[in-house]
Design a protein around this ligand. Sequence first.
Ligand code: ATR
Length: 288
Amino acid sequence: MKVNPMIERDYLLLGVMGDPIGHSKSPAMHHAAITALGLSGAYVPLHIRPEGLRDAIQAVKALGFRGVNVTIPHKVEVMEYLDVVDEGARRIGAVNTIVNDNGKLTGYNTDGIGYVRSLKDEACPNLKGKRIVVFGAGGAARGIIYALTGEEPEKISIVNRTSDKALALAEELSSLADLRGYGEDHAREALSDADVLINTTSVGMFPRVSELPVPAEYIPEGIVVSDLIYNPLKTELLRQSELRQCTVHGGLGMFINQGAYAFEYWTGLKAPVRAMKEAVLTSFRSEV
Ligand code: ATR
């Protein structure tokens, strides 16, 4: 990764575009990164409605932003307005990070790679040869499964309420790994020989915190169980899995690491992950 020479002498302008955007933790997280590295710059929340997205992306160039994150609901549409979309983002079908190289905009997706970095750092250092079960077949699942295929797992089983979506996603990425799709009625069977279970659905998210995406008794004892949800930090799925002696992994690390990769793409500098995580946790605490 090359350090952008502009970074050291110029003001680093960054931001996040979304609708809504008020509750985003990204400004606090990236502000902490800028400060920790002694850079001069800012990361601002930008409330952009869908009809304003095209102009907002043009403004990235006009205003000299080094880059932006894009979040819900813009991750798919934004691809139309970029000069280059990186291969991974194209296969995932969504962009969450844009880098501005003197007017040339390139789109990346750091969600999946951020997730995998966090899973390996915090719960499962080696995914090679592992049997992985992913619950859900939506946008989040796509990014994660794409990134997981790079880790050479033995197989990835996708289990989804709507079985057709699981089958279609497994088929679409089948050239990259041994992928199979199932309906929820096959959850028990898919989990029977699993090493890692990953929940990408919204089941268990605040405020419906007592729900589980799968009956706890289907989860083999002692496996790795990971939940993308970070509100609450420890979901009911993770609580129940701990009772089954599982190694658990929450969604906060994914959020931090997708931001860390984005920061590294913008600056060419190693992201100060610890400072970023501390800022997000502080921001959470100030809400309660
Ligand atoms: P995201 O980008 O967060 O993945 P999404 O694309 O809307 O959001 O996908 C949500 C995923 O959660 C889907 O796999 C969805 O299942 P369906 O494809 O059947 O809709 C899953 N999901 C959401 N609510 C669910 C529920 N109550 N029970 C089971 N699965 C659920």
